[in-house]
Design a protein around this ligand. Structure first.
Ligand SMILES: NC(=O)c1ccc[n+]([C@@H]2O[C@H](COP(=O)([O-])OP(=O)(O)OC[C@H]3O[C@@H](n4cnc5c(N)ncnc54)[C@H](OP(=O)(O)O)[C@@H]3O)[C@@H](O)[C@H]2O)c1
Length: 330
């Protein structure tokens, strides 16, 4: 072990099998380190084996926990997700926590589709998590305390403004004849859709005893690799934001707490803030100016649009259609 090694904190009986997508950088990487340090079995589900393997070695070296594995997945691609699920099944008896951390956030990138022809932000940030969850349901059910966590974003605060529509028609692809929208807009729509997916999935999976929650992330220092994915103007903004953002380890701690601590057992259908408190829906129209400001700058409320059951159902149906799954999850 290196001088930076971290002590294990759980007994073998409490050891959980944790899947983290996009664990080779940023919050995912910090979380993989933290889970490994806690003695858990960690599966780093990443799209670059080479970079992820390097990170895995660093984690094993720092924590002394050899139960850290890298497995290939491209969360924007159905076939890749299916291959991952098959490979995982052949190696592990169950999944105790599934953390959908990977995200397409290449601000400034041109408009493009996933390998399956779906708008790339929606494919990676919503459809991918939906499909992987679906494919691992049986293994989640093998756990005595299965928990799914979605990495949300406070970028959804734009939806406190009633003029910001979810514009559901463009979630899957731009309507013909319209100018493609910026990644920033597509990213925020996808994160809003992910929160709404959290709510409907939590209801559907409750009878199976599987908890589904979202963590609204207020900002985490972005790595040089993440900033490199963005165009120059966004990179400059990102560098300035980094001066104020907390390190990825801060958010990683919430991942660990929400998916392992006893106090969160059975909690489902929630949107957590950075203090691991459950947020409430906030009104966008009836609220006073003061309340509006609190909504936008605070961390107690999320836009009430997220509770719209009709749109939640539409997102669910879009995911079913996009994945080719023609049955309900349960
Ligand atoms: N940083 C913030 O300020 C902030 C704020 C709000 C929410 N969040 C959310 O927090 C989560 C982590 O963000 P981060 O800041 O840690 O970003 P990051 O360092 O860029 O990590 C994102 C991870 O997702 C992976 N990924 C992207 N597309 C993928 C795909 N198709 N298949 C598999 N993996 C893929 C990336 O892999 P590659 O290295 O191969 O690209 C990377 O490992 C994301 O869900 C993000 O939306 C972050």
């Amino acid at each position: 072990m290196s001088a930076n090694s971290v002590t294990h904190t759980v007994q073998p009986a409490q050891r959980r099998i944790i899947i983290i997508t996009g664990a080779n950088s940023g919050v995912g990487r910090a979380a993989a380190m933290r889970f490994a340090a806690g003695g858990h079995s960690v599966v780093m589900a990443c799209r670059s084996l080479e970079r992820a393997e390097q990170v895995r070695r660093e984690i094993v070296e720092a924590t002394g926990n050899a139960a850290v594995t890298v497995m290939l997945v491209d969360m924007s691609c159905r076939n890749s997700i299916r291959a991952f699920a098959d490979a995982f099944r052949s190696r592990y008896p169950r999944a105790d926590a599934l953390i959908h951390n990977a995200a397409y956030l290449s601000h400034g990138d041109t408009w493009r589709r996933s390998p399956d022809g779906i708008e790339i932000a929606f494919a990676t940030n919503v459809v991918g998590p939906f499909l992987l969850t679906h494919l691992l349901l049986d293994l989640l059910r093998q756990s005595d305390d299965p928990r799914i966590l979605h990495a949300g974003s406070n970028i959804i605060k734009h939806f406190f403004n009633p003029k910001t529509e979810l514009d559901f028609g463009t979630l899957r692809g731009e309507p013909a004849g319209q100018k493609p929208t910026a990644v920033y807009h597509r990213y925020r729509r996808s994160k809003m859709a992910l929160l709404m997916l959290t709510f409907i999935m939590a209801r559907k999976l409750k009878p199976l005893g599987i908890a589904v929650n979202c963590l609204e992330i207020n900002g985490a220092t972005m790595s040089p690799e993440t900033l490199r994915k963005m165009t120059l103007p966004y990179r400059i903004i990102g560098r300035i934001q980094n001066l104020f953002f907390r390190p990825p380890q801060y958010t990683a701690e919430s991942y660990v707490r929400i998916t392992t601590e006893e106090r969160f057992r059975g909690v489902t259908g929630g949107n957590f803030n950075h203090k691991q408190q459950l947020m409430k829906p906030g009104s966008s129209e009836a609220a006073s100016a003061r309340q509006q400001l609190r909504n936008v700058f605070g961390s107690q409320t999320y836009p009430e649009l997220a509770d719209d059951v009709v749109i939640q159902e539409a997102i669910w149906d879009a995911c079913l259609e996009a994945t080719g799954i023609n049955s309900e999850l349960v």
